[in-house]
Design a protein around this ligand. Sequence first.
Ligand code: NAG
Ligand code: NAG
Ligand code: NAG
Ligand code: NAG
Length: 241
Amino acid sequence: MVLYTCTAPVHLYLLSFTLLYPVVLGKNERPIIGIITQEVSDEVFLQYGKTYIADSYVKFLESAGSRVVPIRLNLSEDEYIHLFHSINGVLLPGGAVDVFNSSFSRTADIFYQLAIKASSSGNYFPIWGTCMGFQILTALTSGKDLLCKTSANNISLPLILTDDVSSSKMFHHAPLELLHAVARENITANFHHFGITPKTFHANEKLSTFYRILSTNHDRDGVEFISTLEGEHSLQHIPWL
Ligand SMILES: *[C@@H]1O[C@H](CO)[C@@H](O)[C@H](O)[C@H]1NC(C)=O
Ligand SMILES: *[C@@H]1O[C@H](CO)[C@@H](O)[C@H](O)[C@H]1NC(C)=O
Ligand SMILES: *[C@@H]1O[C@H](CO)[C@@H](O)[C@H](O)[C@H]1NC(C)=O
Ligand SMILES: *[C@@H]1O[C@H](CO)[C@@H](O)[C@H](O)[C@H]1NC(C)=O
């Protein structure tokens, strides 16, 4: 089993429940998750188009039972609002675009703001970020790019889980066996040169009040970096938990 945590998934679980599944027979009840497309930065691939979604993210969501839709870049805000109300969550993939000044970051920002707004009125709209998606979520929350160099490319590591895991949205339903494996075996794949240290996290009030750390890791040089974060309020608006 391999869990991909490139700079670590940050899961921004924005609050409150309600994916109100229709109970009508014959309707497909599987959640629809949007993946934001990103600008192609590698010249070799430009001949195939200006934007892409890495197939692995589609398979990742489909293997968990979701349906996937692409979220195109450069749509109007109204078009994104319409899309927001037509889907159940968003995934921000890894890649390589400007964190603050790209069509990708503009689109991510719109969904991030909509998710926060929805959560304050009791709707649950999860946003998941892996790798660059993780980085962009922390940048959206803090207004800064807080990553520093870490030596953690092409390395498999166990997660150092924090006490918040047991009450987290992300892990609290995970089978104990899986948590044990994740905590003891080298089964999370890391492909990143940058990360956020717990020290940086705690020094930034916006980050530390918005998220809580669910796991950390040490890079090859022993530098501790955060491998999993979750939105602080992910559980408190979910009445049955
Ligand atoms: C989005 O708009 C920007 C600015 O107008 C443009 O440079 C870019 O090529 C557009 N991207 C796509 C995928 O159309
Ligand atoms: C943002 O990107 C555009 C197009 O690539 C560029 O013209 C502009 O100078 C950039 N702005 C900043 C603040 O970096
Ligand atoms: C990644 O690590 C594996 C196992 O250590 C090694 O076989 C492989 O060549 C490495 N790949 C790269 C691109 O460094
Ligand atoms: C995990 O990998 C490290 C080195 O990369 C190795 O020292 C350790 O024994 C491995 N742990 C397990 C449980 O395989």
